[in-house]
Design a protein around this ligand. Structure first.
Ligand SMILES: *[C@@H]1O[C@H](CO)[C@@H](O)[C@H](O)[C@H]1NC(C)=O
Ligand SMILES: *[C@@H]1O[C@H](CO)[C@@H](O)[C@H](O)[C@H]1NC(C)=O
Length: 163
């Protein structure tokens, strides 16, 4: 059971424990995620800004492309877009996950049933169920993806756009 993920004070603890002052806390992307039944750690700590339209189109801007790790490595482009609805980010763009040495675009991220403690990642060729607990805290996200990986990501993206 990971219901506690959805309790806002836990996010505060989470942020404080990472010595981030919750200055714009009430309007952070992490709070928006929590209010929508999604774990705060889906986006890294240092999000520059974000916008959320009335129709639920979410755009998240990072300082720079960056890399972090949940179960596998995850790469955020400078702009990540998705349709946000309760418990789901759909039609995601700008987010890739490493699987068996390939970088695959993450398309949908879904929490169907928070009591299951699971979060579903649809990475186009496969669905993965991961533990929600991996996503409790917004992670550090570092630049430093080698150019070889960037080329692979571009290659993947082109490949999928052709379809
Ligand atoms: C995303 O939102 C836009 C604007 O509301 C809508 O046109 C589109 O169909 C949505 N896409 C998905 C996959 O939900
Ligand atoms: C999915 O996202 C892409 C890029 O953000 C957008 O161009 C496309 O219209 C979206 N498709 C749907 C079905 O929402």
């Amino acid at each position: 059971m990971k219901n506690s993920i959805f309790v806002l004070p836990l996010l505060q603890l989470c942020l404080l424990s990472q010595s981030l002052l919750p200055l714009s806390f009430s309007n952070s992307i992490h709070e928006v995620l929590l209010r929508n039944g999604l774990p705060a750690g889906l986006f890294p700590k240092d999000v520059k800004s974000f916008s959320l339209s009335e129709t639920g189109v979410l755009e998240v801007y990072l300082e720079r492309p960056c890399l972090t790790k949940f179960d596998n490595r995850v790469f955020y482009e400078t702009v990540v877009r998705a349709n946000l609805s309760y418990g789901a980010l759909k039609n995601v763009s700008g987010l890739s996950q490493e699987e068996l040495f390939l970088w695959l675009p993450v398309k949908d991220i879904i929490v169907d049933d928070p009591t299951s403690g699971l979060i579903l990642f649809d990475i186009v060729v496969a669905h993965k169920e991961l533990s929600l607990s991996l996503f409790e805290c917004p992670p550090d996200c570092r630049p430093g993806l080698g150019s070889e990986y960037l080329l692979k990501i571009e290659g993947e993206d082109k490949g999928f756009e052709v379809q």
